[in-house]
Design a protein around this ligand. Structure first.
Ligand code: HEM
Length: 136
């Protein structure tokens, strides 16, 4: 079980590297107008999203393996899964925003993306407290 948890934490951490960096690229992308920088940022965002999606899947697979394989339960687990569902929706929405940037259709400001970038921070804080402290 400890090997599975170790890989779960490694893939969760790797997934979050992408969840923190991709919206930061969007912040910069929303401030540029020249085509060369637009193309470079689009390529960086595309490669990062393509890299972080399998990491997300592996984090979820090892988490489900822990949950279903070792009988973990409690209010903390339900609250955690609700937040994780929010994280999966956030990941999917980043993919949608990526396509809008690539098509030159972004209409949101860099300020909007700076707030958007804080969401994974808050979810990480809540999930780690839930799974380590198990407050309920
Ligand atoms: C389908 C999604 C997930 C499921 C079913 C799941 C399930 C679990 C389970 C059952 C444990 C073991 C808890 C224990 O040993 O007390 C665990 C550990 C952990 N999970 Fe997840 N998890 C999921 C996603 C995530 C995500 C997205 C994060 C980060 C935001 C996360 C962070 C952690 C951490 C930090 C631990 C280690 C806790 C410890 O060692 O005390 N998990 N997870």
């Amino acid at each position: 079980m400890l090997w599975i948890k170790a890989f779960h934490i490694v893939f969760v951490t790797s997934w979050f590297a992408g969840l923190f960096y991709l919206p930061r690229l969007f912040v910069n992308h929303a401030m540029v107008n020249d085509p060369a920088t637009h193309d470079r940022l689009s390529m960086m965002e595309y490669k990062l999203f393509r890299f972080m999606t399998p990491l997300a899947l592996l984090a979820l697979i090892f988490g489900l393996w822990l949950w279903l394989g070792y009988g973990f339960s409690g209010g903390w687990m339900h609250a955690k899964l609700t937040l994780v569902l929010g994280l999966v929706i956030y990941h999917w929405y980043c993919g949608k925003l990526l396509k809008e940037f690539q098509a030159g259709r972004n209409s949101r400001s860099h300020i909007w993306y700076r707030w958007f970038n804080e969401i994974p921070v808050l979810i990480l804080l809540a999930v780690v407290i839930l799974v380590v402290v198990k407050p309920f």
